[in-house]
Design a protein around this ligand. Sequence first.
Ligand code: UDP
Ligand code: MG
Length: 318
Amino acid sequence: MNARYSVIVPMYNEEEVISHTYERLKEVMDRSGDAYELIFVNDGSRDRSAEMIREIAVRDEHVKLIDFSRNFGHQIAITAGMDYARGEAVVVIDADLQDPPEVILELIAKWKQGYEVVYAKRLKRHGETFFKKMTAKLFYRLLSSMTSVDIPTDTGDFRLIDRKVCDVLRELKEKNRYVRGLVSWVGFRQTMVEYVREERFAGETKYPLKKMIRFALDGITSFSHKPLKIASYLGFLLSFSSFIFLFFVLMQKWFTSRTVPGWASIVGVNLLFNGIVLMILGVIGEYIGRIYDESKDRPLYIVRRTVGYTSLKEEEAE
Ligand code: UDP
Ligand code: MG
């Protein structure tokens, strides 16, 4: 089956929503009037998500399952989906129905006008904690102030990309993938539609604080060297101020009779600057760790099994 549209759905422990997601997607994509495939990438769920999709795939030939051997992360799941997608246009959407499937039709309409990337920008976010909204807002602004790549703010991975863009993205082999940044980086004719982000249909967020921090660090380190530069700016600033400080201390010693008391201040200043130095080492460590990851020639993900593909090779031979 040659699909015109591929819809990629990364899922991690989404058994409570996944059959609703399937129904809604099917309903919307049937309306598109073209051939399509729904690629569910199971990112090492420990619940019944994969099994449920497998059962659906048996009766609906639009549905495909890529089953990872363990949890590799949301961004990697999207990447795998792109590797398997065969459509002329590829759509990425969350499994939890926070991104309304109906918006896909708007994305497709823009694509038909000739745009190669159509991203969906969140006008509002419903049903998310104040903390999540605040940190997300701050993060997108921090990132855009740090990088010269024009990464749209308040935009997730919900978007449509043209086959050409998908092929280019697949050529980018970096391991710490921040997909929405990469899509901006590759260029092409881009546009957006706006939408209101819904509440999660069921279940809980699969992005706990730890994953959020890692995701943010991946975004920043992949697209900016600024944190490394901060070290040298700080170094200059500190050296300069200590030079002035020393100058005054010496003047006092030579030209007045006052002595300067206090070891507490020495300890305080020491702790402060040791803290700063360690922090900067940590920043450097974040980059070195990622260089190390890149240098290991491990695959991005491991697939345990696929369902719904006769054989990719056979299909290509057709
Ligand atoms: N997800 C994934 N692997 C992970 C974490 C999340 O594939 O390790 C999927 C998840 O199933 C969902 C999407 O990524 O389809 C976004 O996750 P979630 O909705 O939990 O994030 P939030 O909307 O709270 O930021
Ligand atoms: Mg969500």
